[in-house]
Design a protein around this ligand. Structure first.
Ligand code: PAF
Length: 283
């Protein structure tokens, strides 16, 4: 497994890979790898010859400095895991390598339609940071495939839109959310939960599943009632709700009528931790 820090060296390596006509799969991460990442990387190996995992804690997508500072850094442990599962290249640039003129002066990429709603409204500038770093990684690495988890559903949709609208010849492959046995979605943020909160957190997905069942069974007229019941149940457990509703899978517009492809999106706080989750519903 090669560890590469410099864009120039990675670029030279990519040229050699392309000469050998091998396909490249990119799995972008911010490190602190968990089972969700591992499953994504294992999936990538089914698609591409050479797997590149990037590890870069991207300051441009953090709208809160303390979140950035507290983001867990587990580089050595991550590399051991990546080596074990047969990753070919780890790209781990430092901030100066990616943003040599500083973040404020950085040319950026934005998907305006989907970036300023939902998570984007609660975390201004977040998706602009995500799309800028992802576009940079796509330009540097020129992968044939790039892999993203469905837990960050809005991010996935934004990246698919970026690829389509900027004409990248990259196939985006997504993987359904990987969960602990108790239903809690794997996330680096789970590390911030207290022991007590870890017992409560799985209740989020349990509630989402109940909402999904009710929406499937019942008439859409009762949607408001179903959503409010779920919200109340979550509040009783100690969650503070930012987002919990039924949306269209493509546009992310709130639905008041049943449609073919719906999704429940949830963003909640449990203590100091923001948890996000979702469930698709097909009608
Ligand atoms: O999902 C993430 O971990 C990040 O948003 C990503 C895609 C690696 C960009 O920094």
């Amino acid at each position: 497994m090669y560890l590469i820090k410099k864009i120039k060296i990675l670029h030279e390596t990519i040229k050699l890979i392309k000469i050998q006509k091998k396909t490249i799969g990119l799995v972008p991460t911010m490190g602190n790898l968990h089972n969700g990442h591992i499953k994504l990387i294992l999936l990538s190996k089914k698609y591409a010859d050479i797997i590149i995992v990037s590890i870069f804690i991207n300051p441009m997508q953090f709208n809160c400095l303390s979140d950035l500072e507290n983001y867990p850094k587990t580089f050595k442990k991550d590399c051991k895991t990546l080596k074990k599962i047969g990753v070919n290249i780890v790209f781990f640039p430092n901030v100066n390598e990616i943003y040599p003129y500083g973040i404020c002066n950085q040319t950026f990429v934005e998907v305006p339609r989907l970036s300023n709603i939902l998570e984007g409204r609660s975390r201004p500038g977040h998706f602009k940071g995500v799309t800028t770093i992802v576009a940079k990684l796509f330009n540097i690495i020129q992968p044939n495939f790039a892999f993203f988890g469905e837990k960050d559903y809005q991010q996935l949709l934004i990246i698919k839109t970026l690829v389509k609208e900027l004409n990248y010849f990259i196939k985006i492959i997504s993987l359904s959310t990987v969960r602990l046995k108790n239903g809690l979605a794997y996330s680096s943020r789970n590390n911030n939960l207290t022991i007590e909160e870890k017992k409560i957190a799985p209740y989020l997905y349990k509630t989402i599943k109940k909402t999904s069942e009710a929406i499937t069974k019942e008439n859409i007229n009762v949607k408001e009632k179903v959503i409010n019941k779920a919200k109340l149940a979550l509040i009783k457990k100690g969650f503070v709700i930012d987002i919990y509703n039924l949306y269209d899978q493509k546009t992310l517009n709130i639905l008041s009528q049943k449609s073919k492809k719906m999704i429940i999106l949830a963003s909640v706080w449990l203590g100091k931790t923001r948890l996000i989750d979702n469930k698709k519903i097909f009608n």
